[in-house]
Design a protein around this ligand. Structure first.
Ligand SMILES: [Zn+2]
Length: 64
């Protein structure tokens, strides 16, 4: 797999963390051996399914 940040080589690695809500303590993710980028299914989903940006209303002028 190729790193999306630096195009370096990525290695499948098991990461260990504190217990989360699902009771899981470990997860597998791709880690770039060049820049350290970590990419797992949650990160990938969040990056590919970004919310659509909408135009915000201009702030109203405050009259005193
Ligand atoms: Zn990289």
């Amino acid at each position: 797999m190729c790193c999306p940040r630096c195009k370096g080589l990525m290695d499948l690695t098991r990461f260990y963390d504190l217990l989360d809500d699902t009771g899981s303590i470990a997860f597998d993710a791709w880690r770039c051996i060049c820049c350290g980028e970590v990419l797992d299914s949650v990160v990938y989903t969040n990056r590919t399914q970004r919310p659509r940006f909408t135009r915000l209303r201009k702030p109203q002028a405050v009259r005193m």
